[in-house]
Design a protein around this ligand. Structure first.
Ligand code: PLP
Length: 746
């Protein structure tokens, strides 16, 4: 089955832990509360009285649902507000008891709202207690011995009922026993956001002081939540004003939101009418999804013990496929899942999985698949069907870039391909006869390279390093072994001792010594006829920066002569392939490289002596480097983002016609061919080139795109294509525009 037919229809949504759609019956009551029962609960006329009645009915049902006993239920804007209210109340009350030993404790896998709120108010309120994170074990369960050791000094403890990334259920009874054996006074907050509708709660039978909940995690709209406050627990209003909610939380109540909770609680309380599935049925759904994932991706590791997790969450990683690849693949098939670290924007790792002691790969490449308790068998079956349909696509593409211009090479990496891992780059060059060289292989990418070599039947002529990388271990020895190369026949960087040059199809690879970043640095020059078309230069020079010379073996003097020597053999159009690309440049030529680095330009044009280059390079390292740059293998000059137009779909189509522009899809081949989301710009274009970022260098090398022509770039959301547009502008393409918001918004 093709992705096209597979993804027809509405997307399969498997990201319920992030948020859920609103159930139809909830939409109905919300609409009613906006149009009919819309009164202000504080008004004394009948419309107000009706509104108040609705609000109190919701509170009564919520009490019943969570077993609030004599405790209070307060309506809030969501869990984050509930967390603020609880923490401020507890800390203000504890202020009088602060000692130098005082601590605030929170679970290492809490939602970030918890530690960040603790840190904020601890400082703002001048409490200045030590804040300690309670470790968890491999199953994500809190370390009870740690709690026992610190509880007596705790002013407050924050734990959670169910984790949002893994679904792991904490043993609240055991935690309570340990806390209270040490400290009857300290405040205890339990984040119950992900437990609502999935766990039975009788809060009044516990010593939990505060429990925040959020509506949008369980079929109510965003912007409504509630907070349980134990009877007699310390409380300070977080929002003062008109005295609503008995003065505990001012501001006119969000009646439509409260009406949604009213209906939600009704559904949860009424087993007969409830659309929610039984625990067993949800467990069955999880098994079905697990099986579909394992059948499709084969090498999958699940990150949590299913017996100790709610059935609605699966957290896993696929060996050899990054989470980005898996998510893009799912997205192309119309399945919405999230990276395990969805809530920690900016970071690629999951702090939750790190806390559980999982491997780097698992933490960086986690996928979270979560569904809601009202999902039906039909929906789960459809999800499984779509997941399984990815299997042939995975096999066909071996997730390698392809160039749709050449259908006979559809799954083949002929030409040059960049593979990235964090800021590091590895390069693969494949000639038309499938002879190949691999430069600077990265350990983390080896399984992928191995698979590629096997599936594409590449004839690897050499696996080479440009130098002994100081920032990472190299994959060249392992890969060479795997390919059966005799290491005694090659030098330390992998170059065969008996050869002056290596033939790769009709190209020739030569090695030149280019010390500077390190003493052993070499550059590999790929000649086609007499011209150097590719230069694998390691860390001598990186896009937008010169290699670092302050690390072991670094020497600016040697770097100057290496650069000048290279300048005599490279042509302006030589594509430079560095071992790092910290600025996401993807493709750069020698001419552009020189244009962007004044020091390099001055040196190679003779305007700067070697001595002055050495002095300026040293000064640059000291003055211009940000502290964190000192760890990098090169100093990156600030990149000036060349201006290009960002157009919406209508304007992009107009611009494309007016400029006779070609459309470039920068998504990976499997996403490009899926085209599951109809896109007006694609429909309007006569020709679409598929050039993923990893193949930008190849497109330049082969002249598939040229600065004389005009291009509209697109991808899924407009981000990758923006990077590609920046690259093209830097390369002197003047007629380039980016489709703002990508396929998602057009
Ligand atoms: N706590 C947990 C466990 C969550 O999953 C979330 C939402 O991601 C929050 C707190 C914050 O909830 P809200 O979006 O209602 O502020």
């Amino acid at each position: 089955m093709s992705l096209e037919s597979m993804s027809a229809g509405s997307p399969v949504y498997l990201d319920a832990n992030a948020t859920t759609p609103v159930l139809p019956s909830i939409v109905e009551v919300v609409t009613h509360a906006m149009q009919v029962c819309f009164g202000n609960p504080s008004s004394s006329h009948i419309t107000g009285v009706q509104a108040k009645h609705l609000m109190e009915q919701a509170r009564q049902r919520a009490r019943e649902l969570v077993g609030a006993g004599h405790g209070d239920i307060l309506f809030t804007s969501g869990a984050t507000e509930g967390i603020q209210t609880a923490i401020v109340s507890a800390l203000l009350n504890a202020k009088k008891n602060v000692t130098p030993e005082s601590v605030l404790l929170y679970g290492a896998t809490e939602h970030k709202a918890v530690p960040n709120t603790l840190k904020h108010w601890n400082q703002v309120l001048g409490i200045n207690a030590r804040i300690l994170s309670i470790p968890v074990d491999r199953n994500g369960l809190l370390d009870l011995a740690f709690i026992e050791a610190h509880a007596k000094d705790a002013l407050m403890l924050c734990t959670m009922a169910v984790n949002n990334e893994t679904g792991v259920i904490q043993d609240l009874n055991a935690i309570e026993a340990v806390i209270r054996s040490q400290n009857m006074e300290c405040a205890w907050m339990v984040d119950c956001v992900q437990a609502l509708g999935k766990r039975n709660l009788v809060l009044s039978e516990t010593t939990i002081d505060y429990a925040p909940f959020s509506g949008h995690k369980l079929y109510a709209p965003k912007g409504i939540g509630m907070l349980y406050i134990r009877h007699n627990a310390p409380y300070t209003p977080f929002i003062a004003g008109g005295g609503q909610e008995s003065g505990m939380r001012s501001g006119t109540e969000n009646l439509p939101g409260i009406a949604s909770l009213n209906e939600l609680c009704r559904l949860l309380l009424d087993a007969e009418q409830s659309p929610f599935q039984s625990h067993e049925q949800l467990g069955h759904y999880r098994d079905m999804l697990k099986e579909a994932v394992v059948d499709t991706f084969e090498q999958v590791s699940f990150h949590h013990d299913f017996a100790r997790s709610v059935p609605t969450t699966l957290n896993f990683s696929v060996d050899n496929l990054t989470s980005k690849e898996v998510i893009d693949l799912f997205d192309a098939a119309g399945i919405r899942v999230s990276g395990g670290s969805a809530c920690s924007s900016g970071s690629n790792r999951s702090f939750v999985l790190d806390a559980m002691g999982l491997s780097d790969w698992q933490s960086e490449n986690a996928i979270r698949m979560s569904f809601g308790p009202a999902d039906t068998m039909e929906q789960i079956e459809e999800a499984c069907r779509r997941i399984r349909s990815l299997k042939p696509i995975l096999a066909q593409n071996c997730l390698i870039v392809s160039d749709s211009q050449y259908p006979n090479q559809e799954a083949c990496a002929i030409g040059v391909t960049q593979f990235r891992h964090q800021g590091a780059c590895c390069w693969l060059y494949v000639a038309a006869n499938r002879e190949a060289v691999i430069i600077d292989p990265i350990v983390e990418l080896l399984p992928r390279l191995e698979r590629l070599i096997q599936k594409q039947q590449l004839i690897v002529k050499a696996v080479l390093d440009t130098h002994n990388h100081q920032d990472r271990s190299s994959g060249h020895v392992i890969l060479s072994d795997m390919l059966g190369f005799d290491s005694s026949q090659s030098d330390a960087l992998g170059w065969p001792r008996n050869l002056d040059e290596i033939k790769v199809g009709d190209a020739t690879l030569k090695s030149v010594k280019t010390p500077g970043h390190s003493t052993d640095s070499v550059s590999y020059l790929l000649y086609q006829t007499e011209r150097v078309v590719l230069c694998f230069c390691g860390d001598l020079v990186l896009p937008h920066g010169l290699g670092a010379t302050h690390k072991e073996g670094g020497d600016a003097f040697s770097m100057a002569s290496s650069l000048m020597n290279l300048d005599t053999v490279l042509s302006p159009d030589t594509v430079m392939c560095s071992a790092h690309d910290y600025k996401q440049c993807f493709a750069i030529t020698w001419k552009v490289q020189k244009g962007q680095l004044p020091l390099l330009f001055a040196l190679t044009s003779g305007a700067l002596s070697v001595e002055d280059f050495v002095a300026d390079k040293a000064a640059q390292s000291v003055q211009e480097a940000e502290p964190e740059q000192l760890d990098l293998c090169g100093f990156i000059n600030a990149v000036q983002n060349s201006a290009f137009e960002e157009l919406n779909a209508t304007n992009a189509v107009e611009w494309m016609h007016a400029n006779n522009a070609t459309l470039i899809d920068t998504r990976e081949a499997y996403e490009h061919s899926a085209q599951c989301t109809p896109c007006s710009v694609i429909q309007e274009s006569e020709e679409v080139l598929n050039i993923p970022l990893s193949r930008m260098a190849d497109a330049i090398l082969r002249g598939i795109i040229t600065p004389d022509n005009a291009y509209v770039l697109l991808c899924r959301t407009g981000n990758r294509s923006r990077q590609a547009a920046t690259t093209l502008r830097n390369l002197g393409f003047t007629k380039v525009c980016n489709l703002k918001g990508g396929v998602a918004l057009s």
